[in-house]
Design a protein around this ligand. Sequence first.
Ligand code: SF4
Length: 312
Amino acid sequence: MAKIRYEGYCEGEPTRLVREKFGNANVYGQQTKSLLTKATGFIAAYDFTLNPYRGCQYGCSYCYAAAFSPNDKMRQDWGNWVIFKENAEEVLSKELYKWYAKNPQTPPRIYMSSVTDPYQPFESRYGLTRRLLEVMLEVRDNGYPTPTLVIQTRSPIITRDIDYLQRFQRLRINMSIPTGSELVRKDFEPRSPSIKARFNAISIIQQKIDAFKGFVPKISITITPLLPTLLTDETSFIDKLAIADRIVIQDFHPSHNRSLIASTRPEANTVKPKYAWWYASEESSYIKFKEKLVSRLTHVEIKEGKEGFGYE
Ligand code: SF4
């Protein structure tokens, strides 16, 4: 099949035009043949990953997902383009019923998302993730159990969907908060929501979901990768983490320049020297921070890497 040539990222005549500009991003639409992808690697505990979009407007400096961009130019311009999957609802519905035809009593375990944020800014207008939640919930009307779902995000936009979230019997929300310092966040992920907005989003979910009316989700905070937190912010950050039932920490992915292999973007490495007090002895900084988590958060599970990404 001929390679798609995206307007703005190709030589010669594009085959895919920009549909609109949304904030900083060129938005493209694309048909897809499949939406559920067999889960492998650090999320191999799931049956499928589900990515409603390709690309992510948050454009975090360390994002390993940039490696899965359609071409080199788009990889280098990570954060400035988004591709939405036009026929996603229809495809997901077909794939789910195919699963239930073989496994009528076993809900699929789905991890949403592995290479995008399902609640990135464009979702606030387009609502694709919301419509996919609806498709997953509709299976109940046909007597099937709703999927076990993990939502990985750093976005408060998720609170828009509390009405749907509370209908999932087995839901874990992984809120990504890699640092307790705004200064550090702005250096490593300047376009992302503030740390305060992310903690607020968790509080809102916990306050609004009533165990008598819906199912209360499990909440993880994923500190992945573990970024420095300034000493002045450390104690209050760790105390706030007690809002979750699980904390997951992880190092940076190794850096290299190859496509289709998860890898920390070089942009993150240009920020690191500013935090030499942490990165000069990164391993020991990591261990000390982990020890503080373990000693202060006695009622919270502390897990590392792959072990922390399971649903249970
Ligand atoms: S929010 Fe996640 S997917 Fe998006 S750029 Fe940041 S790390 Fe990558």
